[in-house]
Ligand binder design. Structure first.
Ligand SMILES: Cc1cc2nc3c(=O)[nH]c(=O)nc-3n(C[C@H](O)[C@H](O)[C@H](O)COP(=O)(O)OP(=O)(O)OC[C@H]3O[C@@H](n4cnc5c(N)ncnc54)[C@H](O)[C@@H]3O)c2cc1C
Length: 467
């Protein structure tokens, strides 16, 4: 492991000079919220030595120069809503919070670009775009809490990725502070760019290991006049999941195609204390379609209704959007309320393999004696499965979980899938990354990391270990 220096009094004094005394925190109470993300379990908690809150790129650059001089790790942090322990300072040092960098800098309606600082909340970007008659399609279920900088650093996906892709597809340019403290603008308000390496794309999904994002140029799209949310309820996981490919092969291009299994539905129902349709035995496929012509949308609804009914749906309803999305978005919280400790898996496979993955989870749950709840961004091939510890003794849980994951990911990779569709690798999936990532691919990643961050100060021990 790389050896770092502690943040001594003189380093803290220097940090206070850079950002102001008020924005360097070392009190344990104030550090607590920054000692973990959304992953629960004592082994994932680690306090930083300080939380530092810069106001702009110049201050970020000064902090990174100091960290290089003094060999101190720096962990960038957005809202801390991650599911991979990627924003936790396991090797000590500074958590660099982007909370104060929360301004919308420009709305360019002609080019349909919004320029924001990294600490702007994703839901605020949606709101501002809608007010101007546009849509910002990046919509992780955590939008009410997550920051745009965190979405960029994890290449967040979410509910509208079926039609519009993940954060990668919504970012035209970035301002980055490099690990050595230089400020650089990458990309721009450009529809095309073949000017050398695609560094903007390299930064997206790099989980804070290659620099700090200090400005983001987001692409907006024209907003459709109408959106309809349909809820198709099926009697089995198989019948529900099988409809997904059929919808995607049809002439309809849906905005969202989400799947929830019956255990997940019941858990959400109990958590929200709200009756959900057919919760006794139903499996949900939630489909949203959008457009500007109501008649065309009506025809599409009829088409989907008929398709689902022919394929065994118990009922197809026009859903109450508030209620259905509240249920879908409560998936993680509802599972946590049932079992404080759970493992959130974020498997991704070719869409055609989703039925195999859902079936595999059922087999693994039965084999290892655990409840596994599933919610999937189904048409993306992205299956979220929360494995619940519930009242299983801790030593047994710690023994079975790696075995279960090993069996799971051997299967996922045999299907051409990968470890993470949108949550990232962080610290939580380090061992799995080492085992399952192609060694040449891993070597390339390490070479890039060392070229850009020779002193290894940026978010060390995330994605892969350099030791
Ligand atoms: C209920 C719930 C639902 C979720 N649903 C989804 C979903 O649908 N889709 C999805 O993709 N994810 C989802 N997530 C996971 C999480 O919300 C996303 O990964 C989100 O993008 C993290 O944003 P954040 O601001 O909280 O980042 P953090 O958790 O603070 O950080 C995440 C990573 O980004 C890095 N980082 C943060 N800001 C910067 C910056 N300015 N510069 C460089 N690096 C930075 C951190 O170092 C870390 O590596 C969900 C989480 C929860 C709790």
């Amino acid at each position: 492991m790389n050896t770092y220096n502690p943040l001594d009094d003189s380093a803290l004094a220097e940090l206070k000079q850079i950002v102001g005394e008020k924005y360097v925190w070392t009190d344990r109470d104030k550090l607590e919220p920054y000692s973990h993300d959304e992953v629960t379990g004592e082994k994932y908690v680690h306090y930083p030595e300080a939380v530092v809150l810069p106001a702009n790129a110049t201050e970020v650059a000064e902090i990174l120069k100091l960290a290089n001089r003094r060999l101190v790790p720096v962990v960038p942090r957005g809202a801390g809503s991650g599911y991979a322990c990627a924003s936790v300072a396991y090797q000590g040092g500074i958590v660099l919070s982007t909370e104060r960098m929360n301004q919308v800098l420009e709305i360019d309606e002609v080019n349909m670009v919004m320029v924001v600082e990294p600490g702007v909340r994703t839901a605020d970007v949606h709101k501002i775009a809608l007010e101007k008659g546009y849509l910002y399609p990046g919509e992780p279920s955590s939008s009410d809490s997550s920051f745009i900088g965190g979405n960029v650093a994890t290449n967040a996906g979410g509910l509208k990725a079926v039609k519009y892709g993940t954060t990668r597809q919504h970012v035209l340019g970035l301002e980055i502070v490099t690990p050595e403290g230089e400020v650089v603008s990458l990309g721009g308000k450009l529809k095309k760019d073949s000017t050398g390496y695609g560094l903007t794309q390299l930064m997206i999904g790099s989980e804070g290991t290659l620099g700090v994002v200090t400005k983001v140029l987001l692409k907006m799209v024209p907003r459709s006049k109408h959106v309809v949310d349909l809820l198709a309820v099926f009697p089995s996981a198989e019948s529900a999941i099988n409809i997904v490919a059929k919808v995607m092969q049809s002439p309809i291009h849906p905005l969202c195609v989400e799947f929830m299994d019956n255990k997940g539905i019941r858990c959400a129902e109990a958590f929200l204390n709200e009756k959900l349709p057919h919760s006794d035995k139903g499996y949900y496929v939630i489909l949203s379609i959008d457009g500007n012509n109501e008649e065309v949308l009506d025809d599409q609804c009829v088409f989907i209704d008929e398709l689902c009914t022919e394929n065994g749906a118990l009922e197809v309803l026009v859903a109450d959007p508030v209620k259905i999305w509240k249920a879908r978005k409560s998936f993680g919280e509802a599972n946590r309320a049932r079992s404080l400790i759970f493992s959130a898996e974020d498997t991704v496979v070719p869409m055609s393999c989703i039925p195999d993955v859902v079936q595999k989870f059922a087999e693994l749950g039965a084999k290892y004696g655990v409840n596994i709840h599933i919610a999937a961004h189904a048409a993306d091939g992205n299956v979220h499965a929360d494995i619940l510890k519930e009242d299983m003794p801790m030593d047994q849980w710690l023994e079975i979980l790696p075995q279960l994951q090993d069996e799971l990911y051997a299967f996922i990779y045999s299907l051409g899938g990968k470890l993470s569709g949108e949550h990232g690798i962080g610290y939580k999936r380090l061992a799995l990354m080492k085992k399952y990532c192609n060694p040449v691919e891993l070597k390339m990643m390490k070479a890039i990391k060392l070229a850009l961050d020779p002193n290894r100060i940026m978010n060390p021990g995330k994605i892969f270990s350099l030791d």
